[in-house]
Design a protein around this ligand. Structure first.
Ligand SMILES: [Zn+2]
Length: 167
């Protein structure tokens, strides 16, 4: 598992667009923005729908069962808060619960709790809610919940099934 994030070195201030989202994470609930007019979903919660321009918005609560779409390994911390966390992984995570009529899904970026050897593209993840020094800021991290057969990793030259790399 990566080292700890030093949340005392990050200041997060909720604004009118994110206030409800931060309230939900305190209750270990995951929200994505949803347009009331066209049902498009997205995150982070920009104040207007990117599909139809509407500002008539709501939230959709999901379990957060996601699929790793891609990831990078962070070796150099760009913020002081992450000095002890390296190396850690940031993943692009697909959220199938948000699937729309045209097949598109919302993707979010997430900091994983797993080491690189336990991660592959296609693995399933869920948020785990991490307390910070600020009781109003509970941060979702993501953890692998299932290693899916056929999931792939990059071996330096090509993508290969996870099973072959972990033998
Ligand atoms: Zn819309």
């Amino acid at each position: 598992m990566p080292g700890p994030i030093d949340y005392t070195k990050i200041r997060i201030v909720a604004d009118p667009d994110t206030k409800e989202w931060w309230e939900a994470t305190k209750q270990h609930r995951y929200l994505v923005r949803q347009c009331k007019d066209c049902e498009h979903k997205w995150f982070p919660p920009f104040p207007a729908c990117s599909k139809c321009g509407s500002m008539n918005l709501t939230w959709m609560e999901i379990k957060g069962e996601g699929i790793i779409h891609s990831y990078v390994v962070i070796e150099q911390p760009i913020l002081a808060a992450f000095v002890k966390a390296v190396p850690y992984l940031v993943a692009v995570i697909e959220l199938p619960e948000t699937r729309e009529k045209d097949g598109s899904v919302t993707r979010v970026a997430g900091v994983l709790l797993d080491n690189e050897k336990d991660v592959a593209i296609g693995f399933r993840v869920r948020p785990e809610y991490e307390a910070s020094n600020d009781p109003n800021m509970v941060i979702p991290r993501w953890k692998v919940t299932a290693k899916v057969p056929g999931a792939k990793r990059f071996d330096g030259t090509k993508f290969v099934p996870y099973e072959k790399l972990s033998q």
